[in-house]
Design a protein around this ligand. Structure first.
Ligand code: PHE
Length: 354
């Protein structure tokens, strides 16, 4: 393999990126570009294959250069996507035509309304508490994106293309091919890349959307707190200890926990973390659907393919991730019966009158 081959791929790629910028930018175009440079039949894949034929002296440096190029391609595609999303949001805003200079109504009634004191939504209050617990445990806090590409939501998380597991997430899709995020795991690879290298200690809070029928316990919009911890020698015991410590701080009591196996393509092994119902102590009640247990989080050891996608060597580092669902816990902790009240904007609920 010649050095010039690697640099000519880079040159060609940079030229293609330039061509894409501007009006011809679209999510499909970016994903085509990414695929043609990193996909199975790409020049890059061919060069990676050739690594095996090099003698051991050359293999190290050539491998390094190829990885640098791969990362360059990934980062450029990500940047393009961000540019596209921002550009699109700006164009949409312009189209909306809101007159920000329009004067306030100054009738007695509207002034009274302005003076009435508001109160924060229970979701915001609980989220603040949850994040502050993780902050004291040494995690960095990030906010998730609410609109993202399939790459971050599925592909980067080891979901094979067109794999039926994607359907479990009941994701919506916009006309432009973007996806309102169905889970905060879309931030995993992004945040790991942001840290450049372990240790990674991050907690990501965000709103999620799924195409679900709405009833008292299901909403199409809900909240998750994602956690990530990657370093040398991180184990399942660390994962369980961290989740347990958090839950005991949040519920302000000792908990009884159990785990059961579960499948998520981005972790191996994957688990479901359960807490013995803190209301009925396991006897069975409305909060735990008479099972005695509350499901609080999906979690697991981050899959080597996901670490690799984020530029982290899985032979050197391990890590765990979790996704905590907030809404049901918030209902349970506050004795709220209907999940819909969290979003209905009923002023009596928001004032904490009901
Ligand atoms: N993203 C998963 C879900 O929405 C939860 C999860 C997060 C599982 C991290 C494992 C690790 O169901």
């Amino acid at each position: 393999m010649e050095k010039s081959e690697i640099s000519s791929v880079k040159k060609q790629f940079d030229a293609d990126v330039k061509k894409l910028a501007g009006d011809s930018l679209s999510i499909e175009a970016i994903s085509l570009l990414r695929n043609s440079y990193t996909g199975k039949d790409s020049q890059l894949a061919k060069l990676f294959k050739e690594l095996g034929t090099l003698d051991s002296k050359e293999r190290g440096p050539a491998g390094k250069e190829l990885n640098v190029l791969k990362q360059h391609i990934e980062e450029s595609c990500q940047l393009l996507e961000e540019q596209y999303i921002q550009h699109k949001a700006m164009v949409d805003d312009e189209k909306q035509d809101i007159d920000l200079t329009a004067p306030f109504a100054t009738t007695k009634e509207s002034l009274e309304r302005l003076q009435s004191q508001g109160a924060s939504n229970p979701v915001s209050e609980e989220v603040e508490k949850m994040l502050s617990i993780f902050r004291t445990m040494g995690f960095h806090i990030f906010e998730a994106r609410e609109l993202d590409t399939e790459y971050f939501i599925f592909d980067s998380l080891n979901f094979p293309p067109n794999h039926p597991a994607r359907e479990n997430w009941d994701a919506f899709k916009t006309a432009e091919g973007l996806v309102p995020t169905p889970h905060t795991s879309n931030m995993q690879v992004r945040v790991m890349r942001y840290f450049k290298k372990p240790p990674v200690r991050a907690v990501i809070y965000g709103r999620c959307f799924r195409n679900e029928a709405v009833d008292v316990v299901h909403g199409h919009t809900f909240h998750q707190i994602e956690g990530l911890y990657v370093d040398k020698g991180v184990s399942v015991a660390d994962m369980i200890g961290t989740i347990k410590a958090y839950l005991e701080a949040f519920f302000e009591q000792e908990i009884v926990w159990r785990i059961q196996p579960s499948f998520f393509p981005f972790v191996e092994p994957g688990i479901e973390f359960m807490v013995r119902c803190i209301f009925c102590k396991g006897v069975g009640c409305g909060s735990c659907k008479h099972s005695g247990w509350l499901e609080v989080a999906g979690a697991g050891m981050i899959h080597p393919n996901v670490l690799r996608e984020a530029g982290i060597d899985p032979d050197e580092y391990t890590g765990f991730a979790w996704g905590l669902g907030l809404d049901r816990t918030i209902l349970q902790k506050n004795g709220i019966k209907d999940i819909r009240s969290l979003f209905a904007s009923d002023i009596r609920f928001l004032r904490h009158d009901v």
